[in-house]
Ligand binder design. Structure first.
Ligand code: ADP
Length: 634
């Protein structure tokens, strides 16, 4: 029996583990949701932009730029009807005579296919027609052209058609908006009648007329697989063009028929190249202007060479673009230093160069989609990272400054009891004082040092509470006592501004928690009420029982707060503009501490206020059910 290698289920930790998540969160102190949203939107825009007409145009320019001349093949040749040929035979009127002469000159060398790029649809001259028919009858592998017209296909006259081995359309790609020819439709349908392209049919005849096998993704002729996927009624195939080439002309052959030997066993493309007569001239991606007959010969050569430009399927492009966007997002998520910018730069360089490299290897990857799918996410991820980190840095800077201010304020507060202690002890040491005076001073030193100790303790407690290091004391105390003791202390400051503090209903509720911290909180609300109220106003304090809770409220007639200020008032170091302008010293941490104390005691804060009319701050705390009032010492 084999040993069981399975880890028991309860020992296996689910992934991502809590440790991993905690570390992950610590390493990225900014919101994942916002980042993902920004990067995903930019990736989406980048990827969809790759499928627009504008992108198609940029792709075309880019592919033209990447194009290099194709190697010429020795399997085909153009026999050109140029200006000189036209002049020699009497012009375009005698085109049939010219064609007949050309076919006669080719007949002795027996080319394997002769594709004629002149449609011969008009009636013409009887003698000329008869001559051409005779020449055609002697031609092996004759391919005649046709083109789409409104009524369907425009074909050669039936008298010529009977000599043709096959027909091929000479329709050039109409998608081309800039006069540059890049593709040919290998298959075209007009009025339910389908025709193959002249170059393809010439190749078929050249290879002994095997059948053309087709599938939705490609077609096959004599074992040659052509990657031309069907798109609607068409099958586009990218043509690979050679550099500048010289062709023999009919006039050349007429002068020296022996030259025809170069056409032996080839596929010959016979057509008009004269600038004055050629109806169709095209610019190749290599910026050469060529007549239609050469385009068809280049279609043949592209097939004969078998070096195709194969487009990458849309789904693959989509996945690759998404992978680029994910890479960009990951780079700037995990790193924020120069390495991220370096890697981002590499990604951009790759997005530009990979389509170029693929194109040179015969694979057509959309250039614009690749570039936009990289640029937009890289730029947005880098910008997001830069601004969010900068904002976080700015916030921590200002937090630190305010914290320093708070420390300064606290130390300043400590100076008062310290000065009293120092002064009294000096007096006692230097002068012989009466017993009464000595007692009074000793008492003062005692009470001031206790106050100092309390201040330090509260400050430390609050700090430790904020850092989550302290457990609350769990003592029972009466709310009423906490409130009255705070009111007594606050009255001393209130009197300086002739502010009267009224005690309202003070119910006999008992709280469980830390009495000292609770005093700190109530006292803070009271001193704030006094600080942020004009002189000769009134402050009300109450502690009322309501449904298992006690509501300790402090109401004033002071400067008040607007909606936005109410939302921010519990944030650490937040001070309103009115408070700053009032000239009252403050640090903006008091209320944040109050809220924390109340929360730690299982309660919450409530604020109602109107600017210029006053505010009410209420602490809502749960009352301890298990403690009786009389259990609390008086
Ligand atoms: P401090 O009073 O030291 O500035 P606090 O945290 O206690 O800090 O208060 C934060 C801010 O809330 C104050 O600066 C002031 O702008 C505002 N505030 C607090 N209490 C009141 C009040 N009773 N009336 C108007 N504004 C107040």
């Amino acid at each position: 029996m084999g040993r069981c290698r399975d880890v028991p289920t309860k020992l296996r930790k689910p992934w991502p583990t809590k440790d991993f998540l905690a570390k992950f969160r610590r390493s990225t102190p900014w919101p994942l949701g916002g980042y993902l949203a920004v990067v995903s939107i930019s990736a989406l825009v980048g990827v969809t932009a790759g499928w627009t007409a504008f992108a198609a145009r940029i792709d075309n320019y880019a592919y033209d730029f990447f194009s290099s001349p194709a190697q010429p093949t020795s399997q085909s040749a153009v026999l050109a009807i140029d200006e000189e040929t036209l002049k020699r035979f009497g012009g375009m009127r005698y085109i049939r005579t010219i064609l007949a002469r050309a076919l006669d000159l080719l007949a002795p060398v027996e080319p394997r296919a002769v594709a004629v790029d002149v449609i011969l649809a008009d009636e013409g001259d009887t003698i000329e027609n008869a001559r051409l028919e005779e020449a055609m009858s002697r031609t092996r592998g004759l391919v005649l052209p046709c083109d789409t017209v409104r009524a369907g296909w425009e074909d050669p006259l039936p008298r010529f058609r009977r000599y043709a081995s096959a027909f091929g359309h000479i329709h050039a790609d109409e998608d081309s908006s800039d006069g540059v020819i890049r593709k040919i439709q290998l298959e075209m349908v007009a009025h339910d009648d389908r025709r193959w392209a002249l170059g393809l049919v010439a190749y078929q005849c050249f290879r002994g007329r095997p059948p053309i096998l087709e599938s939705p993704d490609d077609i096959e002729v004599a074992g040659r697989r052509i990657p031309a996927a069907r798109a609607g009624d068409n099958r586009p195939m990218r043509i690979r063009f050679p550099g500048p080439e010289n062709s023999l002309t009919v006039a050349d052959l007429d002068r020296d028929p022996a030259k025809a030997v170069v056409f032996r066993d080839k596929a010959v493309f016979l057509g008009i190249t004269a600038l004055t007569a050629a109806r169709d001239r095209w610019t190749t991606p290599l910026k050469l202007s060529i007549p239609g007959v050469e385009v068809h010969r280049n279609v043949f050569d592209t097939i004969a060479r078998g070096e195709f430009l194969t487009p990458v399927p849309d789904l693959t492009v989509l996945c690759a673009c998404l992978a680029i966007a994910i890479a960009a997002a990951a780079i700037f998520w995990f790193r924020g230093d120069w390495i991220a910018y370096f890697l981002g730069g590499l990604l951009l360089v790759a997005s530009h160069s990979i389509p170029a490299m693929l194109f040179r290897n015969g694979i057509v990857f959309p250039y614009f989609a690749s570039v936009s799918a990289a640029w937009l996410p890289v730029v947005s991820a880098a910008t997001y990272r830069y601004f969010v980190v900068r904002k976080a840095l700015g916030k921590s800077e200002s937090d630190r400054a305010r914290y320093r201010q708070a420390i300064h304020f606290v130390t300043h507060e400590m100076k008062t009891p310290l000065t009293a202690i120092q002064g009294s002890s000096e007096l006692m040491g230097r002068y012989a004082l009466s017993e009464d005076k000595r007692k009074q001073m000793a008492q003062m030193i005692n009470s001031e040092s206790k106050r100092l100790a309390r201040m330090i303790q509260t400050f430390l407690d609050v700090e430790r509470l904020s850092a989550g290091q302290m457990e609350l004391k769990q003592e029972h105390f009466a709310v009423r006592e906490v409130v009255t003791s705070c009111v007594d202390r606050a009255r001393i400051i209130a009197e300086r501004k002739q502010i009267v503090i009224h005690e309202g209903a003070l119910d006999a509720d008992v709280l469980t928690g830390d009495r000292e911290l609770m005093e700190y909180a109530v006292y803070n609300l009271l001193t704030n009420a006094v600080k942020y109220s004009p002189a000769e106003t009134e402050v009300w304090v109450a502690a009322e029982h309501s449904a298992g809770q006690v509501r300790i409220s402090v109401r004033d007639q002071g400067i008040g707060l607007d909606e936005k200020e109410i939302r921010n008032v519990f944030k650490k170091f937040y001070r309103t503009k009115k408070a700053e302008a009032s000239g009252e010293a403050g640090t903006g941490i008091g209320l944040s501490i109050v809220e924390q104390i109340v929360t730690e005691h299982g309660g919450r804060m409530e604020v109602t206020s109107q600017p210029g009319r006053g505010s009410t701050f209420t602490m809502i705390l749960p009352v301890s059910a298990d403690a009786a009032v009389d259990a609390v010492p008086a």
